[in-house]
Design a protein around this ligand. Sequence first.
Ligand code: ATP
Ligand code: MG
Length: 283
Amino acid sequence: MIRIALQSKGRLNEESIGLLHEAGIGIESSRRKLLARSEDFPVEILYLRDDDIPHAVERGVADLGIVGLNEYEERRCRATIAHRLGFGKCRLSLAIPKGETYGDATYFEGKRIATSYPVILRKYLDDKGIRAEIEEIAGSVEIAPAVGLADAIFDIVSSGGTLVSNGLKEVETAMHSEAVLIATPGLAAEKRALLDQLLFRIESVERSRGKKYILMNIPSDRIPEAAAILPGVKSPTILPLAEEGWSSMHAVVDERELWGQIERLKAIGAEDILVLALEKMIL
Ligand code: ATP
Ligand code: MG
């Protein structure tokens, strides 16, 4: 049995549950309890506020956790990062009132900066040798300059819309964040094996993203040219058709390249092209 801490509600909740679901680990999301079991995998889900996840995993209250890299860094978490998950992407940036003229980061020398991420900000400023005052506030950071609480802010940005609507402009980015799977250091062998199984499934899910399965009929004498267009995972699969001189060719392709490849395949005589969704890629 392995215990995974997930955000109970908020921006990472749905995608965390969705990822486990795609990995074949269903969790009852209605009538949610603080601690839930999965029917399909020896896993128990512990729902927490994201602030509490790094510490819970570090201490082994949960064996694994899904949390933003920003929270992980801010809490100086000693849990290990087992995998970067690629969702919940955002950045931590410095922003100033939009009417200010800005040259470089020395602008912040002697300024007061409001943030909920004092640890990350302090490190960023120290690395640049800038002395500034940090005003730690828990929320609504973006209104701090307008109400005279600070000269600038350091906060999470994704689209930048919140900054603009508060009369601010982003001038420096200190870190890029995404959701990460973290693990208690020194997991017991049985739990380590479950983590490896989970990672294997997550990687298979990730690999199939943006991929399609394509099959078509092709004159057998054009197979070398078609194979050059569709390299496939190892090489394309070729099956003979009942009709003499024709073959069926199958391959996995990148969705972004799909239409270009189809044009080229048609040009060398491919017919009856089918494109199918690809759910998992187990290598
Ligand atoms: P909790 O109630 O669990 O403490 P929270 O309010 O602290 O939740 P959320 O706003 O749900 O946190 O954000 C969780 C994480 O989602 C952030 O720490 C960050 O890693 C990520 N994230 C991605 N995009 C954004 C965004 N636009 N604004 C805030 N967080 C974002
Ligand atoms: Mg939080």
